[in-house]
Design a protein around this ligand. Structure first.
Ligand code: CTP
Ligand code: CA
Length: 227
């Protein structure tokens, strides 16, 4: 019933959301990944669709079902997510990058299962993945760009640097050590940092409520950007 109650205030907007972790394969049975559940990104996609936006969701592997009215593009690796996002971003007015993208992948994926040898240690060589959000920040065109910053220390400084380096309009700073915050749960506690330097602390709330709060703020700043 949520969609019947939601204001249709994002009608006419096309929103691209990324969600979930990426998986970087080592061999046919193993991968590197992270604890992202995808819940935050899915909540944003669902809320935007309920408010009348056209929504494209690019998601890594999660256990979640696709929200009604959302166009889902499933990906596995960071490089696949990069290709999908670049394919879809150009005609979107809002991009929200909630995905926890792996910064590195194994430098080479083995075709056969890696066997343990006689050594007691094993080193993996890793290769940097493309920074999808930084690349979006350099794209031409008017687009409201929202990033997430997952931090375990120096939340404000680190998030501010990401906002500047990636040329974002808004960054959602997530203190992974805070009570009620983080990947697995249904609630989150965030600090919002805007391009103009404004900082806003939001109280702990459900990921669904946070999704709507974020969309309220994006919507009210969206058209201010062009002025
Ligand atoms: N991001 C991305 N592509 C990557 C890495 C990150 O698009 N290869 C995006 C994430 O989706 C998130 C934002 O960049 O919206 C910040 O991600 P985060 O991991 O917090 O920051 P990094 O820039 O990767 O820096 P670090 O992990 O070193 O803190
Ligand atoms: Ca990272």
């Amino acid at each position: 019933t949520q969609h019947l109650l939601a204001p249709q205030d994002l009608t006419g907007e096309t929103v691209l959301v990324t969600a979930g972790p990426t998986r970087e394969e080592l061999d046919p049975m193993r991968f590197l990944s992270n604890h992202s559940s995808g819940k935050m990104g899915y909540a944003i996609a669902r809320a935007a669709a309920d408010r009348g936006a056209r929504v494209r969701l690019v998601a890594g592997p999660t256990a979640l079902s696709t929200p009604r009215g959302v166009e889902l593009r499933q990906v596995v690796s960071a490089r696949e997510m990069h290709a999908a996002v670049m394919d879809l971003a150009s005609d979107c007015s809002i991009v929200v990058k909630a995905a926890a993208v792996a910064d590195y992948r194994p430098a080479c994926r083995q075709d056969q299962k890696i066997k343990k040898g006689g050594e007691s240690t094993l080193s993996l060589e890793l290769q940097r993945n493309p920074d999808i959000l930084a690349e979006l920040g350099q794209l031409q065109g008017e687009r409201f760009l929202v990033g997430f910053a997952a931090e375990t220390e120096q939340l404000l400084e680190n998030a501010r640097r990401k906002l500047q380096d990636k040329n974002l309009d808004l960054i959602v700073a997530n203190d992974l050590t805070a009570e009620g915050a983080g990947f697995a749960g249904d609630t989150n506690v965030v600090r919002l940092i805007y391009r103009n330097g404004d900082v806003e602390d939001l109280p702990q709330m459900s990921k669904d409520q946070l999704a709507h709060s974020l969309l309220d703020r994006i919507r009210s700043r969206l058209h201010g950007k062009e002025e």
